[in-house]
Design a protein around this ligand. Sequence first.
Ligand SMILES: [Zn+2]
Length: 92
Amino acid sequence: MVRGMYRSRSLKRKQVRIPSGTSVIHYKRKMTSKHKCAECGTQLGGIPRGTPNQIGKTSKSERTVSRPYGGYLCASCLKKKIRNEVRAEMNQ
Ligand SMILES: [Zn+2]
């Protein structure tokens, strides 16, 4: 029986044949999901995917987009949001 942590299905399994000829299972963390816009759901650009460990090794500027709502809304949704807020303010 393998160690308890390797019985988890949150790890991806891969059958590998090692030089001695026996086949063993290699365990790997599953890739995280892609980051999506909160309004329209399209995939966000400039936001890397990875495990928290991999993301922690990158710098803040590599992790996010440097504009308001960067990493939360896509560029077109932010454009619409700003326009709507300006229009609402002008109508007052
Ligand atoms: Zn969007």
